[in-house]
Design a protein around this ligand. Sequence first.
Ligand SMILES: [Zn+2]
Length: 582
Amino acid sequence: MTEYFEIHERDSAARLGELRLENPVTTPGLVDDVVHDAGSQWTPGESDIDGGDSTLTVLPHRAFPGGTPEEVEEAFATEYPDVEFPSAAVVSPDTAENHGTDAYVLSNAQELSGHARAFVEAVIQTRATTPADTALYLPGVATPGNVATLAYAGVDLFDTDKAVLEGLQGKYLTTDGDAFLEDLTELPCACPACQTPRAEFDREDCAEHNERALRAALATVRERIRAGQLRDYLEGQARHDQWLTAIVRRLDQQYAYLEERTPVFRRNGITAASDDTLRRVEIQRYAERVTNRYRNRFDAPLVLVPCSARKPYSDSQSHAQFHDAIQYRGHLVSMTSPIGVVPQELELTYPAQHYDSVVTGNWTATEIEFVSDVLAAYLERNEYPRVIAHVPEDYRPICERAAEQVDVEFEYTVTDHPTTTDSLANIASTLADEPKYRKRQRQHNTIRAIADYQFGEGAGPEIFDDLAVESRYPKLRATDTDGEQLAMVVPQYGLLALTIAGARRWADSSAPTKRVEIDAFVPHGSVLAPGVVDATESIRPGDEVVIEGPKAFAVGRAEMSGPEMVESTRGIASSVRHLDEK
Ligand SMILES: [Zn+2]
């Protein structure tokens, strides 16, 4: 039961939270001034532990040296008493469990510095075995350079010990690394400590600068979490240190840990600056869903085209030209790094219209491998009468690599560039004998494709078997054939928002339904975590959910993952969009 810590926003494993002391601390943040170690002042047998609302009290504990056998640690394990004030328990990754405290202190934190694998394993193991809505404190490790990566891994609380100590040793710390004070000709900072003339700047000043730089770095981290862009920041910032780069890569290999915590859509875009972007959950998840859930429902030939800088693609000049030449006689699928392949029905769906990439006209080997693997998996699953590649020369290696994996013959229609008069005439004549599909079919296929993508394989025809589509793309409204509204497309994210009637169809269908079971109350506006009885494990932040209890049937959007809803005792579990009282 967590009374004194609450998470307000999530950005993958990073969280923006509040340690609810007399003077609240916004996290990720520093707790130097508020941590009170009761352990050192307490002897076993004494019943009173002193503590209060103004501090985070670390309960009596035994500190074990790293490498202590688990059995020994367990034999000497402390029984943590229930206290009436904010408290923290000291744990090691192997012995961490729910002690009913608000925070957990990792006892061997300092030994993890420099060891990416040990660090990632320790944090994941500790987060997995302690409740989701408690804070994780790593004492004595934070520097201006590493806090963004540590917060990204899921650490909430830090202190200034290491930054101050290194300052007193003459090490000047910045977000992009460190330098020995004597090597610096200028001080690359404008903080008050660094106003001291260089010749007079001593180690005390250096310690003060380090502390200020750490505070500023944490403010940057919090702002990045608020914007949902911590990862984009890290892909550049963590490069300054091999340990940090290794942590980011190791975390990417712990896909399940990050995926569970990564929202299904974000307000802000993704900056694709390097091959690291390809390993992001958002990118992998899109590719995984397009190749495992999406199903092509057009009979027309496949027309592969290059992506456009402008998003959605259909708003771009090049795609308008492709459309004019193709005229509903081909199924348009765009090829792009870092997304892979984007069928026309999913061009709005996050993150297909939310990324910016560096266009050099040259694909890296990793990009070619990624996009061609996605294309091959896509072609494996979706059969077409013909496959036409209307792509520039630099896309050819991708098509050729995919062709080696699946038995598909590509017809190439571009000479020079896809939008030259010749190329456009070529694609038009290649498709001249193909029948046109109707605009209505395209709209129906769009609704069903988004449903497959969002809810799971086969969900489209299950939920929208009897379907009419109103209004203009991209603001499509799905109704049944009697005119009752079932869902609408949210153009910003390309996902469906269900009505009560749509939610009932989803709940009654054999498609996998994401359910939040609640107590006997009527939720207005939102469902708080303590009201959740059970929740489907696969629920991710931002997912559409069916909310049901003895007194209500509702539909809304998840604010946290399914496991977190079940474990948490504070915070908003889900918003409520539409509600039927029972
Ligand atoms: Zn400074």
